[in-house]
Design a protein around this ligand. Structure first.
Ligand code: DAH
Length: 341
């Protein structure tokens, strides 16, 4: 029996010594000290030993268990150390490798132009404000002197939600909201999305407008002309000329359309200006008294001007972009050409 125990200890020592990972070690644990392992088998032989020798033998079996467990714990530590070493090695970062480049986004050309326009007008004392994109017929049309059945409604192909609720077709409704809420003097600029049922190389069903409004005592058409001429020179070039053509908008009287000399050819005629040397950039005029009265502004004391421009239009002109759809496809190869940084 003692011989068998010695054999077991020496088998365990050499077996455990050869184990290379924790999996193998677990298997050996089952083989030697598991419930049905070799040590338990020897213990079962205790019953065949004379009773007076059993305590001595029992102690020997116990000592053997302690020894074998020590072999296991020493080996376990070694394996753990090795495995940790291997893991650390596999996780090492080679700091000499080149880094990954992060792609930086760029500002969208529509936003670049919007910022420039807001910036220029804020220099003239105009403060930016907001208006709802979903409007009622009253704000989009009636308050702006476009009653039901008025032919001017056809100037804008409006998206209706119900008979009375619609997606605003221009930013002009903001004028009404502001005049209802604020007392003159007023100088605001409202930027936002507008919607029309239009879709081709120069029109998009959603686009952006900026609306300007100034109401004060003694405001004249000359103020409007001076302001828009100064704006055009800052926006395009100091050499840019402006031209004011008589036009018609129900919400202004008189109304004008403003052209700038073509930024691409300087006025001699090219593809961008269709050979005319001029490009239309916005609509404007003196605010119609009916609109002022609709907003309870005393027309014997106050007058005002308003203007509205399309951001996409200015963007196409400024950068010589041939098709408005390029602005909405968001192809990064196109967008990164406008990288400001
Ligand atoms: N709302 C007009 C449009 O969308 C643009 C416009 C013209 C705005 C004249 C104005 C204005 O404020 O005075 O076509």
């Amino acid at each position: 029996m003692e011989g068998k125990l010695k054999q077991l200890i020496s088998d365990a020592e050499s077996g455990i010594g050869l184990a290379i990972d924790s999996k193998e070690l677990d298997k050996l644990k089952i083989e030697y000290i598991g419930k049905n392992g070799r040590l338990t088998a020897l213990l079962k032989g205790l019953k065949d030993i004379p009773a007076q020798k059993r305590p001595v033998f029992g102690k020997l079996v116990n000592d053997a268990r302690i020894k074998i467990e020590q072999f296991f714990s020493i080996k376990e530590n070694q394996i753990k150390q090795r495995e940790k070493q291997i893991r650390i090695q596999s996780e090492t970062v080679d700091i000499t490798l080149p880094g990954k480049k992060n792609k930086l986004g760029t500002m969208h050309p529509i936003n670049i132009i919007k910022e420039q326009i807001l910036d220029i007008f804020s220099g003239f004392g105009f403060k930016a404000c907001d208006g709802p994109e979903i409007e009622t017929d009253y704000y989009n049309f009636q308050a702006l002197n476009i009653p039901v059945g008025h032919p001017a409604r056809d100037m804008q192909d409006t998206f209706y939600i119900t008979e009375n609720i619609l997606l605003r077709a221009h930013t002009s409704p903001t004028q009404v909201h502001v005049m209802e809420q604020e007392k003159p003097p007023i100088r605001i600029l409202s930027y936002g999305k507008v919607y029309r049922s239009d879709d081709d190389a120069t029109h998009s069903p959603m686009f952006h407008q900026i609306e300007g409004l100034a109401i004060d005592k003694k405001i004249t058409l000359c103020d409007l002309k001076g302001l828009l001429d100064a704006f055009a020179k800052q926006m395009f070039s100091t050499k840019t000329k402006t031209r004011f053509r008589p036009s018609y908008f129900p919400f202004t009287e008189p109304s004008v359309e403003v052209d700038v000399s073509c930024a691409m050819c300087g006025g001699s005629g090219c593809r961008l200006c269709k050979g005319t040397g001029w490009i239309e950039i916005l609509g404007a005029g003196m605010v119609n008294h009916r609109v002022l009265e609709n907003c309870n502004i005393d027309t014997s004391r106050y007058s005002g001007f308003a203007f509205g421009l399309g951001i996409e239009r200015i963007t196409l002109i400024k950068y010589g972009i041939p098709d408005i759809r390029l602005l909405f496809e968001n192809d990064t190869r196109f967008l990164k050409q406008f990288n400001k940084w």
